[in-house]
Each structure stands twice: as C-alpha cells, then as structure tokens.
Design a protein around this ligand. Structure first.
Ligand code: HCA
Ligand code: CU
Length: 485
C-alpha cells in the first residue's frame, strides 16, 4: 500500500507506527539501548538514581523507543525500569528477556510496553549459551516465550542472537516461529560485529523477501569498526529500526553510536530531529555515568570532530566552513575550531608558580576559609587537561559556613586532606558523596567518580586541602543539573 508523505511525517516521536506502513515508505526509527546494552560496558553503572535523568535526556532527542534493562536480574533492576516507565516520557520502553517464562514475567512486572526476547540458535549457542538444547527445543522456547509475552499484553521484538553466524534456513525458521507466535518486530543481531556492509545487505534482503510486512530491527556490534557502516547498509536494504547507544557504549567495542547515527540520517536528509543541539550534552552525561569517556576523534561529539589544525585547513575553514566539514556543526549547536591552545614544547613552561585566586571564580563556590592556590589548570599550562588547587586552612575555631554546594563533574576527581600535625593528622572535614555524608579525618583522600554529586566542608583543625580534577577547566567540566536538592 502507498502511504502519502504527510501520513509518514504525522507519525510523531514515540508512537508505534501503524502496521499498514508500507515497506518502501517506512521511516527509519531508532531504539536507543544505552540503558541496556550500554550498561554492559565496563565502568557503566546505570542505577535507579541516574537512569531516569539519562532516559529523559535520551528520549528528549526524539528517539522512537528506549531499551532499558534486563528485569529478571534483580528486584533492583525491576525498580530501575519501573522508575523510567513511570516517567511517561512519551516514548515506548522495551525491556530485555531471555526466552524463559520467568524473564518474560519479570518484564511484564515492570510495566514496559515492549519486551525484547533474544535467543541464539546456532551451534555455538546450543553448546555454550543455552546448553543441551536441540534446534527444535529452541524453536519451542521461541514459540512459548513469545506467546506468553503476547498473553501478558506485551508487544514483542524477537532477536536471533549471533544471527550473523546462523545458517539461513535456521534463521528463517526461528523468525517464522516468532512471527507466527505474534512477534511484532524481528531483530537481526550481529553479536560479534563480524559482518561487512555487503553481507548485511544480503541478509536484510533475505529477511525482507521472506517477511515483507514485518518491521526489521538490526543490532550491530563494532568489533571491526563497522557498526555504523552496517547500520546504514541495513537501512538501504530495508531495515527500519536501528539499535544504538549513546557514545556507542556496550559490550567490548560497543554498538552503533546514537548521536553519529542521527547525524548520518540528518546528512542523508532521511529524517528531521528537533533537538540536535542537545546531542553533545547527552553524550557528556552518558560518558560521565558510564565512566567511558569520549575519544577526541569520535564523530560529532569528540573534541576534535570539527577542529582543523593544518594551516591550510584552518585558513579555508575561516573563509567557508563547508571547506573541511562533512556537515555544518552549527546544526548541532557546535562550532568549528581552528587554533586550540597546545601543550608548550619548551619544558621550562611546564613548571608553574601557584597563584592565589579565590574560589568564587568557580560555579557552586564562594571563597571559603584560608587561601586557595591554583597549582595548575589550562591557564597555567595550555591543554593541561588537569586542574589542581591547594587550600591552606588555618586553625578553625567554632563553626564555619560551608562554601561549596553539591555539584558533579564529567570526569573523575580527587579530594586530599593533609593535616598540619604529626603524620598529616589534624584536619577534620565532612564530605558529601552522592546521598551520603562522611565525617573524615586527615590524612585521607576521597576518589570522586565522574557524575557523582559531591561537596565538602571544614569542621575543625588546620592543614591543607588538595583538589585534583581531570579537566583543564573546572567550570567547563561541571555537569549542569543536580540529582538531589
Ligand atoms: C546480549 C546480546 C545482544 C542481544 C541483542 C538483542 C546481542 O547482550 O544479551 O536482544 O537484540 O548483541 O546479540 O546484545
Ligand atoms: Cu549486543
């Protein structure tokens, strides 16, 4: 059936497309799996506290569906997913499930509208992922789990895990079973990131030939650096849902990057996203909470993505931005840069005399007790990528007012307390970390992971306080918005 353009564009973000949407005119949709696949990235700990903020920020980009977590894992995981469902972001929520009844029931308990059931069916899956099951038994698991999910009122996405290493006949059999049992969408997963774009094209064309009506999602891992190329090849071959994550985080080398994929769709004039100027902000937020920091070369959101160093390039960019940018950075609220400060080559310029500067130069701070010596930041050493201050605290008598409000950085930082007495004793402080307050005596250090709210105040004694932040500019490293008040 032919759809008129107007009909396509009336499908607003978050709504399920009508099932009659014809294949040729299907809009490319994004399911962002940061809070599921991304949670499997080393360093990530998306929890009940930070997940709602992250989910809201991602949904606000105009994403079509959010994949949140794996509820059967724990009661805590169920609560985390529920807390996002309850936000009612206007964007359907999908939760992950093996093809087991208890997993399916756990998803139903979260209130998520969609379930993503996955099961591998190839030889290696039978050997190590779901041991001691034959192909026909796995086919039955697909039928039973999809049917149960439908009975529980869920919309179902069914994924063949490791689809790219599964023989075509078995692959088609698995998807047929899922569709006949009521699956609303199928997902092709290149779990190991082994496919190349021409193979993706073949596989998706095969699925389209056999299942012309059903929505097809693809999930590409980036182990060979091909996740983006494969996603675009899949779109060209007719896949209409792409699974992505912010900064591409996930198992190992991760998956297709949400922001870069949105930029690619924009470049191709495939779809209009309304809040492109928020991409970098969301990238920073997720980088902080996953402690998976963005490489300067990452497309779109990396520090160097629109930086031009060679003199010829810089000159050309100053005349016309399109000379060396693939897309106009302004669309994303970004600007081209040409002359970023560089680390000095002369070694003596790396030695600094500290300057006394009151802390009110920082957001969330007033001057506070004693003198604050700035030891290093990018004003002292261009491109230092570090900030360090020392505060000399004279003997505290009586109660002193706090001078730092709770705040968070997009990078890790450190507090050190060094008392003026023997063995570095002699200073008592109180440190807020997340929701908790800790009374602390010197000598001590407090490691502050990126994204964690923190502050401190001096209680008694005398000594030195050191703050070290892994950013050359304190104020630029702050994440706006606070989790608690
Ligand atoms: C996993 C595997 C998975 C599943 C994808 C999906 C993969 O981490 O459980 O359910 O669509 O890459 O195959 O991420
Ligand atoms: Cu995956």
């Amino acid at each position: 059936m032919v759809l008129f353009l107007g009909q396509i564009f009336r499908l607003s973000h978050g709504q399920d497309p009508p099932s009659s949407e014809s294949n040729m005119s299907k809009v490319v949709r994004i399911i962002d799996a940061t809070l599921r696949e991304g949670n499997q990235c080393h360093g990530a700990s998306f929890n009940e506290k930070n997940s709602p903020e992250i989910a809201s920020a991602i949904a606000a980009l105009g994403i079509d569906m959010l994949e949140i977590g794996h509820p059967v894992c724990s009661a805590q995981e169920i609560r985390r997913i529920k807390s996002i469902v309850e936000l009612d972001l206007g964007c359907p929520i999908l939760a992950h499930s093996r093809a087991h009844a208890k997993d399916v029931r756990a998803v139903a308990e979260t209130g998520a509208q969609w379930i993503g059931i996955f099961v591998g069916i190839n030889e290696i899956s039978q050997k190590v992922r779901i041991s001691n099951r034959q192909t026909n038994q796995i086919i039955k698991m697909i039928k039973d789990s999809v049917s149960l999910a439908k009975e529980l009122g869920l919309k179902v996405r069914y994924t063949v895990e490791d689809a790219s290493r599964t023989p075509d006949d078995i692959l088609l059999q698995a998807y047929s079973e899922a569709i006949n049992s009521g699956a609303d969408r199928i997902c092709y997963s290149d779990t190991l990131g082994i496919l190349e774009p021409n193979e993706v094209c073949e596989k998706i064309s095969l699925l389209k030939k056999h299942f012309p009506e059903i929505d097809i999602e693809v999930h590409f891992h980036d182990d060979r650096g091909l996740a983006m190329a494969n996603a675009l090849a899949a779109v060209d071959a007719g896949a209409n849902w792409i699974s992505t994550s912010i900064n591409g985080i996930g198992e190992r080398s991760g998956i297709t990057d949400t922001c870069a994929f949105i930029a690619n769709l924009t470049y191709r004039k495939k779809r209009k996203f309304l809040h492109l100027d928020q991409l970098k902000k969301v990238s920073r937020l997720v980088a902080a909470h996953s402690r998976s920091f963005v490489d300067p070369r990452r497309p779109l959101v990396g520090k160097n993505a629109f930086h031009h160093k060679a003199r010829l390039h810089a000159k050309a960019i100053e005349k016309d931005e399109s000379s060396y940018n693939w897309i106009a950075p302004g669309i994303f609220g970004l600007t081209s840069t040409t002359h970023l400060p560089e680390l000095p080559r002369e070694l003596d310029k790396l030695i600094n005399i500290p300057k006394v500067i009151p802390a009110s130069e920082l957001k969330y701070h007033t001057d506070g007790p004693g003198l604050r010596y700035v030891m290093v930041d990018e004003r002292f050493v261009p491109d230092s990528r570090q900030y360090c201050i020392v505060r000399k605290i004279g003997l505290v008598k009586g109660v002193i007012a706090p001078h730092v409000d709770a705040h968070r950085h997009d990078c890790d930082s450190l507090f050190m307390f060094i008392g003026a007495h023997e063995n570095l004793t002699g200073l008592a402080v109180e440190v807020q970390l997340g929701d908790e307050i800790f009374p602390i005596k010197s000598p001590s250090s407090v490691f502050i992971p990126a994204g964690i709210e923190h502050s401190y105040r001096v209680i008694a004694g005398e000594g030195i306080y050191v703050n070290h932040v892994l950013s050359g500019c304190y104020n630029d490293s702050l994440l706006e918005g606070k989790l608690t008040s």
